[in-house]
Unconditional design. Sequence first.
Length: 424
Amino acid sequence: MKRAAMRLWTLNKGLLTHGRGLAYGSENKICKPLHIQEVRNKLREIVGVSTIWRDHVKAMEERKLLHNFLATSQKALPPRKMKDSYIEVLLPLGSDPDLRDKYLTVQNTVRFGRILEDLDSLGVLVCYMHNQNHSTKMSPLSIVTVLVDKIDMCKYSLSPEQDIKFTGHVSWVGKTSMEVKMKMFQMHSDDKFWPVLDATFVMVARDSENKGPAFVNPLVPENKEEEELITQGELNKSRRIAFSTTSLLKVAPNSEERNVIHELFLNTLDPKTISFQSRILPPKAVWMEDTKLKSLDICHPQERNIFNRIFGGFLMRKAYELAWATACSFGGSRPYVVTVDDIMFQKPVEVGSLLFLSSQVCFTQDNYIQVRVHSEVASLDSREHMTTNVFHFTFMSEKEVPLIFPKTYGVLQDYLALELVNDH
Ligand SMILES: CCCCCC(=O)SCCNC(=O)CCNC(=O)[C@H](O)C(C)(C)COP(=O)(O)OP(=O)(O)OC[C@H]1O[C@@H](n2cnc3c(N)ncnc32)[C@H](O)[C@@H]1OP(=O)(O)O
């Protein structure tokens, strides 16, 4: 079966490598890039959090006073340009060996999970830049990640010995939400930064206590390219809403999807019996449920974000690493991530929660493996589990991988969900 994901990925790869960047690229920016460690320090300053865990309740109490600085309508806020939120951040892996260990894999490449954490922090800082209010030192807004729309890699393997640079800016705003585009580059042997990754995140502004929605500054384009980005942002918003309402948990499979289900079912019926109960795997195939891996983490205060909930980047890193291990043990060779799709942060994760991750291969084709990770949390004193996120990762393996077949209706839905994800 042809899968849109693989086509999409190939298309994006071409665009990333040859496409033009925004008009105000790094060469036109006079400011020195921030060091990666300054990003989180800056965020702490903007939000005014305490670095001492036992003081976090007091620090949140102080943030209550910032309520007065929240706008009562979006119109009351001055419009901003894309360049107002544009920032550059340096991850100096080449010149700072102490930093390198944190990012190192055993195969001497860069840990992608760490990059996910950096992108998340950078995305939030970009949004604070957009909403900067010069009359207050601390921001009355609490900005959280609601969605990782897409991350596309145009280089699979990154060197842990060369500097990395990130850039990012707000590319669209709604009333309380903002789309952020980020890029990552790595220093090449020609002493130039080459593009390696393109990412789109959606962030949401909440009030100072992170309890209700808050308005964000409007965004005005300065040229045709920016107009196009804003138009695209509008289309993205409609697509995201349409996608969330066509979830297979809410809507029954359509006729095309029913045909897929039926074909998969027929392919796994034992021709020697006349029973629907008797199922066999075609040659070179694996049952989807046999690809599962699970993990459990205790969400310690160390992993908290500036709002004393669990940092979205940490959740992404844990999910990614489990997905990588799943793809590795399934494919039997080293997988490289090529795309990350639709990571939805449905609910915040409280410090002290138990984080249950379960991962399984949902689709394969040639060397490609798609893995879905489902995360649930439970508090220590309650047995009730709550879904907080669903993650989708596409890997490329060094060798061709087996086909996978769903056995039950529930698992078939995961297979079809991937089809929906990839068709957007
Ligand atoms: C180091 C610092 C890093 C900090 C970053 C983090 O770690 S954050 C930690 C990880 N993230 C989280 O914990 C967030 C968990 N999720 C939540 O708390 C909640 O889902 C939420 C507050 C984000 C959204 O809740 P609701 O959907 O009920 O809120 P509401 O309906 O008011 O929507 C708010 C805005 O989000 C938009 N929105 C909602 N869902 C969306 C989706 N799937 N795709 C795109 N946009 C979406 C809406 O259109 C609206 O924008 P408009 O008003 O423009 O129409």
